[in-house]
Design a binder for this molecule. Structure first.
Ligand code: ZN
Length: 402
């Protein structure tokens, strides 16, 4: 059985302990070192495990195995060559641990305030690269979220103590826990003075002042509940920093005040949309002119039964649109291809004429590709390059013979 030093002192970073057992790998577990006491927090209760070292060997994972805690060491041997009975010095990577303490305590605070302000119970928690609360609420109004944030900061600024006590489950009810513990025996109760009492085995800061900013980053509906992403402490400072830099940089580039940035971007988006629409209209008109010009160039008589266009490179949708415009103006069969992409098309006006899907399919197959479509409009693909012109020439041959 491992004594969990973090239960009574979350600020303990360095400790000595004795190896009581070496767990061999197996059954899906990595194996590792069991100590008689440890300050390393194992993954549990939604809080990620600590990192650090045991006798300067990196600890890569910490596993809660019930009564004992398994320290997985880096390298091919997860026990790092340590033997039972050895005395080791452990050191917890403090930046990571303190970050978890800040996020975890902020989670208690926010869960208590969402319940108090919005009547929304926390049903699950995730603390990782992003930290989230799943709230038993179908939706959240922005105003309510701001009230929760304000209430959280009022408590942060009051530097309220966060304490730990051990009580029997039977006594816990009288204390009033935020959520029923749902288990018997001794409970570890974490209390934010005057705000929250929860049964929890995690690591927490000792007063709310150590949380720094506590912010709801975003929230969204998820299966009848609301998932709120939050961040606290250094994370919140870093988040503010990059956002502030972004706003600063773009305000400077657009030469507006930072508070005007939103309106300026909105205007730019509207202008871009209007320009896009105008450009599309102009392209359509231009294509109609091009179609008329190309149709006018088709010779009269039997020679003009087929027109063939090969473009070195051109947008496929535009070529399709051009063919549609041309076949609306001429009874000729129009074929087109793009050398760069290997794509080919063939179209004609409704009425008399060969089955273009069949014609193009044969021509493309012969050129190492394939095609499909309808009797009046077919499309295909052949290897990019010379095959395009070859396929179109073969298709033209067949149309002329028909
Ligand atoms: Zn906790």
């Amino acid at each position: 059985m491992t004594e969990r030093l973090y239960y009574t002192d979350a600020y303990l970073r360095a400790f000595t302990a004795r190896v009581t057992e070496i767990m061999p790998p197996g059954g899906g577990a990595a194996g590792g070192v069991v100590l008689d006491r440890t300050a390393f927090y194992p993954t549990s209760g939604g809080q990620p495990h600590d990192l650090g070292t045991l006798d300067e060997r990196p600890v890569v994972d910490v596993v809660d195995a019930g009564a004992s805690i398994v320290h997985v060491l880096d390298g091919p041997d997860p026990s790092g060559g340590l033997a039972a009975g050895a005395s080791v010095a452990g050191e917890v990577e403090w930046t990571r641990r303190f970050d978890h303490m800040q996020q975890h305590t902020a989670q208690h605070l926010l869960s208590a305030l969402f319940l108090e302000v919005a009547g929304a119970q926390t049903v699950s928690v995730h603390l990782g690269e992003s930290c989230t609360l799943d709230l038993d609420a179908a939706s959240l109004e922005p105003d309510l979220v701001r009230r929760v944030e304000d209430a959280a900061h009022a408590i942060v600024f009051e530097t309220r103590p966060v304490s730990v006590r051990f009580v029997e489950a039977s006594e816990a009810e009288a204390l009033g826990l935020r959520r029923p513990a749902g288990r018997t025996g001794t409970l570890r109760v974490v209390e934010i003075a005057g705000c929250d009492r929860s049964a929890c085995g995690g690591t927490h800061v000792r007063n709310t002042g150590e949380l720094g900013p506590v912010l709801i980053r975003r929230w969204e509906r998820s299966r009848g509940r609301t998932r709120a992403e939050f961040l606290a402490g250094w994370r919140a400072v870093r988040d503010y920093r990059w956002k502030h830099a972004l706003v600063g940089e773009w305000s400077a580039r657009l030469t507006v005040r930072d508070r005007e940035l939103g309106d300026t971007l909105e205007r730019m988006v509207q202008e871009t949309r209007a320009r896009e629409r105008a450009l599309q209209d102009a392209r359509k008109r231009l294509l109609r002119y091009e179609a008329a010009e190309r149709v006018a160039a088709i010779p009269a008589g039997p020679e003009g039964r087929v027109a063939r266009l090969v473009f070195p490179s051109r947008d496929g949708d535009e070529v399709r649109a051009l063919l549609r415009e041309m076949t609306a103006l001429t009874p000729a069969v129009v074929m087109a291809g793009v050398t760069e992409t290997g794509r080919v098309w063939s179209g004609r006006a409704p009425g008399a004429g060969p089955d273009l899907a069949a014609v193009l399919a044969r021509a493309c197959r012969a050129a190492g590709g394939r095609a499909g479509g309808s009797a009046e409009f077919a499309q295909g693909a052949v290897p990019p390059g010379d095959a395009v012109a070859r396929a179109l020439a073969a298709a033209e041959e067949e149309v002329r013979r028909a």
